[in-house]
Design a protein around this ligand. Structure first.
Ligand code: FAD
Ligand code: NAP
Length: 311
């Protein structure tokens, strides 16, 4: 039996604090995570969980719940929003007392009224200053975590935007465990100014032969066919690096970020003959790159070796 056929996941704590029983914790730090010239505002926000039941209880890949104050347009309290923890299980401080997340301010324009639209929770959280208190819940999530004995596997991580958050924590976790297996991190951003934790990942790539960082910038240089470079494009463009890792029987794929990645990654895996990551409910014919989203949703699920958290 291969390591991937005998996958087991650790038991993790869930909802020690819930929306009916949240806990107030202080913000310890809030730092800009994008370069100053980026039009997007993304912050690395650290919570101090000292003295709460959450000390040492998050694992990489889980999320923290945030309850923004105030009422929605129906006069009901705002609902809880989830944010991925970007720290390893030992926290930002190594003691499991400080955990961080990576938050993007949701800002847009109403298409009909041309009025500014600002997402409730991301803007509330991003405006908090060190020392301000925030109501949190969690931990949340038990399916998007590293397996038991995680250093026995190779990983290909696909992230878009703030979907990088869980992978920062997972990579730090694997480093602490003395990882020597291959990790490829394929990270998609609109511009170079939006790359998150770029110097950490770049430095690791330069230092460690087992770590491969593939930043994938969609809006600067198009591919030779004129299309935007997306994370799934790297399955073709960097097949020299990714295919040998993906063909091993002890490799796992994790995907986090925008919903649209799911279709593209499934197409890319099928087009490269990497069917071991896919479970077909019905046989499909033709060029996988031409399979549409509906067909894929109806006919293909990830196999037990691929984990998706996309929204
Ligand atoms: P809301 O006030 O909830 O607004 C969002 C809604 O606004 C959507 O329905 C959208 O359709 C609509 N909308 C968007 N733009 C416009 C517009 N211009 N006009 C009209 N309507 C519009 N986010 C992160 O930043 N970092 C994370 O690590 C992270 N992790 C997550 C983990 C999980 C498991 C999940 C489920 C989500 C995660 N998210 C993360 C997303 C996060 O939970 C929130 O959904 C996000 O921050 C937006 O919340 P908000 O309250 O700011 O926006
Ligand atoms: P973004 O910056 O808007 O986009 C990141 C990159 O993805 C851009 O280069 C974008 O290209 C590209 N992209 C767009 N469509 C794509 C597709 N179909 N396939 C592959 N790549 C595509 O991302 P963001 O605003 O940070 O959004 C991140 C998303 O992740 C949010 O929806 C957030 O809720 C979610 N998230 C989920 C979790 C979780 O579930 N745990 C954690 C964190 C974040 P172009 O725009 O140039 O086309």
């Amino acid at each position: 039996m291969t390591a991937a056929e005998d996958l087991r996941f650790p038991d993790v704590d869930l909802n020690i604090y819930s929306k009916n029983n949240p806990v107030d914790v202080p913000i310890l730090k809030s730092e800009i995570a994008t370069r100053a010239s980026s039009p997007n505002i993304i912050r690395h926000i650290v919570f101090d969980l000292s003295g709460t039941e959450l000390e040492g209880r998050f694992v990489a890949g889980q999320s923290i719940g945030i309850l923004p104050p105030g009422l929605n347009e129906k006069g009901k309290p705002h609902v809880l929003r989830l944010y991925s923890i970007c720290s390893p299980s030992f926290g930002e401080d190594g003691q499991g007392r400080q955990y961080a997340t990576t938050v993007k301010r949701l800002i847009g324009e109403h298409w009909d009224t041309q009025q500014l639209f600002t997402g409730v929770c991301s803007n509330y959280l991003s405006s908090l200053r060190p020392g301000d208190m925030v109501k949190v819940t969690g931990p949340s999530g038990k399916r998007f975590i590293l397996p038991e004995q995680p250093e026995q596997f190779n990983y290909v991580f696909f992230a878009t935007g703030t979907g990088i958050a869980p992978f920062r924590g997972m990579v730090m976790e694997l480093m602490k465990r003395g990882n020597k297996k291959n990790i490829a991190l394929v990270f998609g951003s609109p511009y170079r100014t939006d790359l998150l934790y770029d110097s950490f990942f770049r430095g690791l790539d330069e230092r460690e032969s087992w770590f491969h960082y593939l930043p994938t910038i969609s809006r600067e240089n198009p591919r030779t066919d004129g299309s935007r470079p997306y994370v799934q494009s790297q399955l073709t463009d960097r097949a020299d690096l990714l295919k040998p890792i993906l063909e091993r029987d002890d490799t796992l794929i994790y995907v986090c970020g925008l919903k649209g990645m799911e279709t593209g990654i499934i197409q890319g895996l099928a087009a490269n003959g990497l069917h071991q990551y896919l479970k077909y409910k019905e046989e499909l014919s033709g060029d996988p790159i031409g399979w549409d989203e509906q067909t894929i949703r109806r006919s293909i699920k990830p196999s037990g070796r691929m984990f998706l958290e996309v929204y």
